[in-house]
Design a protein around this ligand. Structure first.
Ligand code: 5AD
Ligand code: SF4
Length: 485
C-alpha cells in the first residue's frame, strides 16, 4: 500500500512544530512526504482556530478537494489540530469527504487512526473530552502530550528547531479559544527537554526556540525543587553546539526578575521578548480578563529595559474588541507610541464560538471601524519599526544565515550569489547578497539600509585573527565551537 502524505499547515509556531513532528513520525513509519495533493495518498490539514479567517481558509481548501476525492475515493483526507478539536463532527457535516478528524491532544495516536481510516469503515473522529465543569484531572488526561522522539535533522532547516516545553494554557482570556482546543497547561519534564536539545545539537542544530502559549509560566516540580524557565535556560545554555536560545510567547504576569537576569547573564539566550499587551485600555483589558493593567504592563516594559537594555520587545494587539471605544483605542495607540516595540502583530477581533467573550459580550465594533483602527495602529507601529531599524545603519551585526530570500529563491539553482536572509540575535531579518552555501553559518553583515521589517546590508569579511569588535551591542560573544565527537 503506498504511503505518500501531504501536510498543509496554518497557524502559529506550535502548529508548525506539530506538523514537523507528524511528518517525522509518519516518516519513521515508512511514509513519504510529498509536495502536492495530487501525488498524495493521505492529505492532512493542520489547522488553526484563533480567528475565523484561518478556519474559512481551511473549509475553502477542503471544498476544493471534493472533486479529487470523488475521482480517487481511496485518498484519505484528514483535519488535524485546533479546528478539529473545536468543530469535531461538524467538520464531517460541512465537508462529508473528510475521513479523519484529530484534535491536538490526540495526535499521538495518529498512526493507528490513519490505519483505521484506511480500512474505510466510516469517518474517524479522535478529540479530547471537553465540557463545561469537567474536572481538571479528566481534562488533563484527555489532552495527551505529543512530543515523539525526532530523527536527527528532522526539522527543516536542520540548524534551527522549535522545542515544545509546555502545551495548553491555564489563562482564561475571554476572546481566546486556545485553552479550549489545546487544553490545560502541561509542562514537559526538564530532563526530556534537555535530552531533546542535546540530540538536536548533536545533529547540527545551532538555534532552538522554546515554545509555550505562556512560556514564561513554565514550572516543573521534581525532587522537592521547582524548575522554572530561568533554570531551564541556564541548563540549556550549557549544551555544546547550541549558539542561540529563544523562547515565546510570554505573558506579562510571569516576567520575573529571575527570568530577566537569566536573559541578561546567559549570552546564548537572545534578548527578545514577545509579550503581548492586547490593549492599552484598562477597561478593555478587564473585559479581556488579561489579569493586568496597562500601568503594570508599562512597569514590566521598564523592568525589561532596565535589566536587558538592548532587548527587542514585540507585542500582539487586538483592535475592535467588544465595547472598545475610540478613547480605548487611542490609549492603545499611546501605548504603542511609548513602548517602541520592535514590531507588533495587530489583529481585528474575531468572535470565537465557545469563548466567554462570544457568549457574554456583543461584537459591537463595526468591521469598517475595526479595519480603520487596524490600519491606523499598523501605520504607527511601522513608522516606529522603521525608525528603530534605521538605528542599525552603519553597524555590523552577526547573523545566522537562513538561506535564499524570497527574491533569491527565484534565482536559478546554478546561480551562486543571490539575495540571502539571515537573522540577528534580536530577531531582525537581514537581507544581503551572498553564496547560498552560507546557509547555517554565522556571518558579519554591515547594515546599509532599513525598511520597517528588514535590514539590508553586505557581508563583511573579517580579516583572520582580527580583534576589532563590531559595533553591534546585539553581538553574541564568540563562543567556543564544540570539538568534533
Ligand atoms: N480575535 C482576534 N485576535 C485574537 N487573538 C487571539 N484570539 C483572538 C481573537 N478571538 C490574537 C491575540 C494573540 C494572538 C496569537 O492572536 O493577539 O496574542
Ligand atoms: Fe489565549 Fe490568553 Fe492563553 Fe494566550 S494567555 S493562549 S491569549 S488564553
Amino acid at each position: 500500500m503506498s504511503k505518500r502524505v501531504y501536510i498543509y499547515t496554518v497557524g502559529c509556531q506550535m502548529n508548525q512544530l506539530d506538523s514537523q513532528l507528524v511528518a517525522d513520525l509518519l516518516g519513521q513509519l515508512g511514509y513519504q512526504v510529498v509536495e502536492s495533493t495530487r501525488q498524495a495518498d493521505i492529505i492532512l490539514f493542520n489547522t488553526c482556530s484563533v480567528r475565523q479567517h484561518a478556519e474559512e481558509k481551511i473549509y475553502s481548501l477542503l471544498g476544493r478537494l471534493k472533486h479529487l476525492k470523488r475521482q480517487h475515493p481511496q485518498k484519505i483526507i484528514g483535519v488535524l489540530g485546533c479546528m478539529a478539536q473545536k468543530d469535531q463532527e461538524a467538520i464531517f457535516r460541512r465537508a462529508p469527504h473528510v475521513d479523519l478528524v484529530v484534535g491536538p491532544g490526540q495526535l499521538v495516536h495518529l498512526p493507528e487512526l490513519l490505519a483505521q481510516a484506511r480500512r474505510a469503515t466510516g469517518p474517524v473522529l479522535a478529540v479530547s473530552p471537553w465540557a463545561e465543569g469537567l474536572d481538571r484531572r479528566t481534562l488533563l488526561a484527555g489532552f495527551e502530550p505529543f512530543d515523539p522522539p525526532r530523527r536527527p535533522q528532522a526539522g527543516q532547516p536542520p540548524f534551527q528547531a522549535y522545542v515544545r516545553i509546555m502545551s495548553g494554557c491555564n489563562k482564561a482570556c475571554t476572546y481566546c479559544v486556545v485553552p479550549r482546543v489545546r487544553g490545560p497547561e502541561q509542562c514537559r519534564p526538564p530532563e526530556e527537554i534537555l535530552e531533546e536539545v542535546h540530540r538536536l545539537a548533536d545533529a547540527g542544530c545551532l538555534e532552538v526556540t522554546l515554545l509555550g502559549q505562556t512560556v514564561n509560566s513554565y514550572q516543573y516540580h521534581s525532587g522537592g525543587r521547582t524548575i522554572r524557565l530561568a533554570d531551564l535556560l541556564a541548563q540549556l545554555h550549557q549544551i555544546e553546539g547550541i549558539r542561540r536560545i529563544r523562547f515565546l510567547t510570554n505573558h506579562p504576569r510571569h516576567m520575573t526578575d529571575e527570568l530577566l537576569q537569566a536573559v541578561r547573564d546567559l549570552p546564548k539566550v537572545c534578548p527578545c521578548f514577545h509579550v503581548p499587551a492586547q490593549s492599552g485600555s484598562n477597561t478593555v483589558l478587564r473585559r479581556m480578563q488579561r489579569g493586568y493593567t496597562v500601568e503594570y504592563y508599562r512597569q514590566m516594559l521598564a523592568r525589561i529595559r532596565q535589566t536587558v537594555p538592548d532587548a527587542a520587545i514585540t507585542s500582539d494587539f487586538i483592535v475592535g474588541f467588544c465595547g472598545e471605544t475610540e478613547e480605548d483605542f487611542q490609549q492603545t495607540v499611546r501605548l504603542v507610541e511609548e513602548a517602541r516595540f520592535k514590531n507588533a502583530y495587530i489583529f481585528k477581533y474575531s468572535p470565537r464560538p465557545g469563548t466567554k467573550a462570544a457568549e457574554c459580550y456583543p461584537d459591537d465594533v463595526p468591521q469598517a471601524i475595526k479595519r480603520r483602527r487596524n490600519n491606523q495602529l499598523l501605520q504607527r507601529q511601522n513608522q516606529i519599526s522603521l525608525e528603530e531599524n534605521q538605528k542599525f545603519i552603519g553597524r555590523l551585526v552577526e547573523v545566522l544565515v537562513e538561506g535564499p530570500s524570497k527574491l533569491g529563491q527565484k534565482a536559478p539553482e546554478t546561480q551562486a550569489t543571490l539575495q540571502l536572509t539571515g537573522r540577528t540575535r534580536c530577531e531582525r531579518i537581514v537581507v544581503f547578497p551572498g553564496d547560498r552555501r552560507l546557509a547555517g553559518q554565522f556571518r558579519m553583515v554591515r547594515i546599509t539600509g532599513a525598511t520597517p521589517t528588514t535590514l539590508l546590508g553586505h557581508l563583511e569579511e573579517q580579516p583572520r585573527g582580527s580583534s576589532s569588535q563590531p559595533e553591534c551591542e546585539m553581538l553574541l560573544p564568540l563562543l567556543p565551537i564544540s570539538a568534533p565527537k
